[in-house]
Ligand binder design. Structure first.
Ligand SMILES: NC(=O)c1ccc[n+]([C@@H]2O[C@H](COP(=O)([O-])OP(=O)(O)OC[C@H]3O[C@@H](n4cnc5c(N)ncnc54)[C@H](OP(=O)(O)O)[C@@H]3O)[C@@H](O)[C@H]2O)c1
Length: 423
């Protein structure tokens, strides 16, 4: 089967499409034929090795996929072959087939397509838990959300709209404002990332807001806390600010940690404020709260069935184009969710001449050879030259289909510039 494999922590070129053996089914697992996969910001952090306790490379990436049950393992109840399902496994989701413990699998509601399921399950479940289980959103309240145009951001906006009279302040890149203002579910006050958004909020709500949802961390923690009204709730659920380029930056991780004020419970007591945190990955895979998560998934699927929410998909990509899809997210260009479709044809890639060679001076033999090569083979060859011994050993039994594309190269150089700037 084809799978998106991380061969080493780092930039886009470490992500490869390889042929892997089909998974065998263990007790309690379901084998899913994957039709769509969700790309989450967390996947960029995993690729960089910027999460706690990542697995050893190589491994199959991905935390979210949707498709059809192909086999039911021993001891699994409530699922049958042919069921349309969406799954949130701990890695391995980005492959044509995946074996997933049934506790991480959810039946899709009628009418939902795998592409929609992969576009909404993770984002809306997180947004639902943040708003309704943690922040206690109710009529008339105000909230501020960062990355408002992204996957979780758009889910927060839609879910907030299911409650009457809620005021939403959304912070995001300026380039998304026009599209978001024209969207079917507009944000009340769109604010520009990097600007003094706190003053903008104060102009509208001098007293501050009831809820701050922060997925950036670093200095936004202090700003968010200051913006809270008495009885307000601040929730940290991400640390996007640690991503400053294509590869992991220890400097930005340290800066992000250093910038956060350490607040004592006594200050919270005096200020009448609540600070909290949410991490779905830890909740499901380390703390075992899968039934709690199942409850939230059922709530969002019910809202979907009632037509109250609708997933926002930015774009859909072939597995082979995953590097370009990741680059789009790094570039802050996505509005809503980026989805991978294993059945989709990859984009044709332009064949590039070897570096330093003048085309006119190429021998006719070289030219003929070049014509024979298809784009995917050319990309795979380029990557082969850079493989470590360990990767080569690991891939002996696997067939490399393609690798990260030219987007990787451009990002590489961009990243190097970023690194220079930060040092
Ligand atoms: N706690 C949990 O369980 C959980 C689960 C899922 C997601 N999350 C978090 O929620 C946030 C959103 O996740 P998502 O999957 O929906 O992704 P997303 O919002 O679609 O992520 C892409 C967007 O993030 C913004 N961004 C902020 N910092 C960035 C950076 N350093 N590099 C590139 N883009 C950056 C950009 O939008 P703007 O430039 O417009 O801001 C970009 O378009 C992430 O922080 C993620 O880690 C947490």
């Amino acid at each position: 089967m084809r799978a998106v494999v991380l061969t080493g922590f780092g930039g886009l070129k470490t992500v490869k499409i390889l042929k892997k053996p089909e998974p065998t089914l263990n007790e309690g697992e379901l084998l899913i034929r994957v039709k769509a996969c969700g790309l989450n910001f967390q996947d960029l952090m995993v690729r960089q090795g910027a999460i706690d306790a990542p697995p050893k490379c190589p491994f199959i990436l991905g935390f979210e996929c949707a498709g059809e049950v192909e086999q039911v393992g021993e001891g699994v109840e409530g699922f049958s072959i042919g069921d349309k399902v969406v799954a949130l496994p701990e890695f391995k989701a980005w492959a044509e087939l995946v074996a997933v413990p049934s506790k991480y699998v959810f039946k899709m509601p009628p009418g939902m397509t795998p592409l929609q399921a992969a576009a909404m399950t993770m984002n809306y479940t997180v947004a639902y838990i943040l708003l309704f289980e943690m922040a206690g959103l109710s009529q008339g309240k105000s909230l501020l959300v960062h990355s408002a145009g992204g996957g979780v951001g758009q889910a927060v906006v839609q879910l907030a709209r299911t409650v009457p009279d809620v005021t939403v302040f959304g912070v995001c890149s300026k380039g998304k404002h026009e599209a978001l203002l024209a969207s079917a579910v507009p944000i009340d006050h769109l604010l520009e990332r990097g600007n003094d958004y706190s003053s903008e909020v104060r102009k509208v709500r001098p007293e501050g807001v009831d809820i701050v949802l922060d997925c950036l961390c670093g200095e936004e923690c202090n700003r968010g806390y200051s913006l809270l009204k008495p009885m307000g709730k601040y929730i940290l659920y991400g640390s996007s600010n640690v991503v400053t380029g294509e590869t992991k930056s220890f400097f930005s991780a340290a800066r992000s940690w250093w910038q956060v004020d350490k607040v004592s419970p006594i200050k919270l007591f005096d200020d009448n404020k609540t600070l909290s945190g949410f991490n779905l990955r830890h909740l499901m895979y380390q703390q075992g709260e899968t039934e709690f998560v199942r409850g939230a998934v059922e709530k969002i699927f019910a809202l979907y069935k009632d037509g109250k929410i609708k997933p926002v998909t930015d774009s859909t990509w072939a597995l082979e184009d995953v590097a370009e899809a990741m680059q789009k997210m790094h570039d802050r260009k996505n509005i809503g969710k980026i989805v991978l479709d294993p059945g989709m044809e990859p984009k044709p890639k332009p064949a590039t001449p070897a570096k330093g060679k003048d085309k006119k001076k190429q021998s006719s033999e070289e030219k003929k050879e070049e014509e024979k090569k298809d784009v995917a083979a050319a990309a795979a060859t380029a990557t082969d030259e850079k493989k470590t011994d360990e990767e080569k050993k690991d891939e002996k039994k696997e067939e490399a289909l393609t690798n990260g594309d030219s987007a990787g190269e451009s990002a590489d150089s961009k990243d190097k510039e970023d690194d220079k700037a930060s040092s």
